[in-house]
Design a protein around this ligand. Structure first.
Ligand SMILES: Cc1cc2nc3c(=O)[nH]c(=O)nc-3n(C[C@H](O)[C@H](O)[C@H](O)COP(=O)(O)OP(=O)(O)OC[C@H]3O[C@@H](n4cnc5c(N)ncnc54)[C@H](O)[C@@H]3O)c2cc1C
Length: 332
């Protein structure tokens, strides 16, 4: 059996990793993508992520399960890739201006390391609920490159090509994974109009004194501070979740708003941090949630792994594992 993956963002790479872990030889896997690690485009979301493990996922059982699978497996991934791979542990504090769904808290509290609910007397003004735990932090551009190098070392071939119609992928293999992120909306032969962007702008600062995550979930926006491992003290500040906004530009007003909100949440950031970069990305959100589905096409089997929205790093490994089991017809 041969396998091909269209898409080389975090979801395509996690899918390849799952295939290798399940015993498939690297030489039986081909990854085809318009953009590869190291590239930058508004149509390539993965380099723009914060990124960490947080409470961003929706409250449905499937996504919570994907979160759990990924959280528990990241230690094994770090071991394989080695120190300096852009994946490491940092403590995290998350606050809500509203009560989060109990299903999510029950799920997270059952496996997050060092999980604790913050006593209400210690919550900042306006916050109604808060937790602390040990999170995972990604230096996303670096992690993508290191993971790609590791997969290449197993014999996986990477091909740069824009696919017009998904059936072209059966030139490469009889089983194809569609991991095209925001591109899944327009992928010929498999257009998924449920996919839509959720734009986020981020500000990258230099701040060696910030070594923990802090997040605050408001009714409309999220404010977050995410240190990047193996990055010479970069910290990612955000953010926004702007549904159906395709804009690739960045805005000074949003930068100022992000600095204002993050320095309020974490005063040690200061009001004039050293800004290294401002960027934005389009989270591949999906009406109906994450799609892990098997489809029999005339030329072979197609498995969709899409709609990872703002949780591709923290839930994508779990989604990819389910996709690989579907492909290999394992019991779920
Ligand atoms: C500001 C921001 C902050 C975020 N923070 C976090 C975070 O802290 N934690 C977290 O878990 N997630 C976070 N995310 C979300 C995360 O970045 C996404 O869920 C993830 O990157 C989606 O990965 P993907 O592989 O599905 O898509 P992408 O990374 O976009 O990859 C898609 C791939 O498919 C290829 N492709 C598409 N169409 C075609 C075609 N027709 N032919 C050939 N190739 C094609 C592309 O070239 C690319 O290689 C954040 C996102 C943003 C924007």
């Amino acid at each position: 059996m041969t396998f091909a993956i269209v898409g080389c963002g975090i979801v395509g790479l996690y899918t390849a990793l799952n295939l290798v872990e399940s015993g498939v030889k690297g030489s039986e896997i081909t990854i085809v993508a318009e953009y590869l690690p190291g590239d930058q485009s508004i149509n390539y979301t993965s380099p723009w992520a914060g990124g960490n493990f947080s409470c961003i996922s929706p409250d449905d059982a499937q996504t919570l399960h994907f979160d759990e699978t990924t959280y528990k497996h990241l230690a094994a991934i770090r071991k394989v890739l080695g120190p300096g791979c852009g994946l490491d542990r940092r403590p995290s504090t998350e606050y809500w201006d509203y009560l989060p769904d109990q299903r999510k808290i029950d799920s997270l509290s059952s496996y997050l390391q060092d999980f604790a609910i913050i006593p209400s007397s210690q919550l900042p003004q306006g916050v109604v609920f808060g937790i602390k735990y040990l999170s995972w932090n990604f230096n996303c551009p670096k992690f993508l490159e290191v993971l790609k190098e590791y997969l290449a070392s197993t014999g996986i071939v990477f091909v740069r090509r824009k696919i017009q119609n998904v059936d072209e992928m059966f030139e490469f293999a009889s089983t194809v994974f569609n991991c095209t992120g925001i591109g899944a909306r327009a992928l010929g032969g498999a257009e998924d109009k449920n996919i839509y962007p959720a734009r986020g702008q981020v500000v990258v600062i230099k701040a060696p004194h910030i070594n923990e995550n802090r997040m605050r979930w408001g009714p409309e926006d999220v404010t977050y501070i995410i240190p990047r491992p193996d990055s010479q003290s970069q910290v990612v500040l955000g953010g926004y979740l702007q549904a159906n906004n395709w804009c690739a530009d960045t805005w000074k007003t949003e930068t100022d708003d992000i600095i204002r909100r993050t320095s309020q949440l974490f005063p040690e950031i200061g009001k004039e941090p050293e800004i290294l970069r401002v960027a934005c990305g389009l989270r591949p959100s999906r009406q109906g949630g994450v799609r892990v589905e098997k489809e029999q096409r005339a030329k072979g089997l197609l498995i969709h792994v899409s709609g990872l929205s703002g949780y591709g790093y923290q839930a994508g490994y779990g989604a990819a594992r389910r996709a690989v089991r579907l492909a290999k017809s394992y019991k779920l």
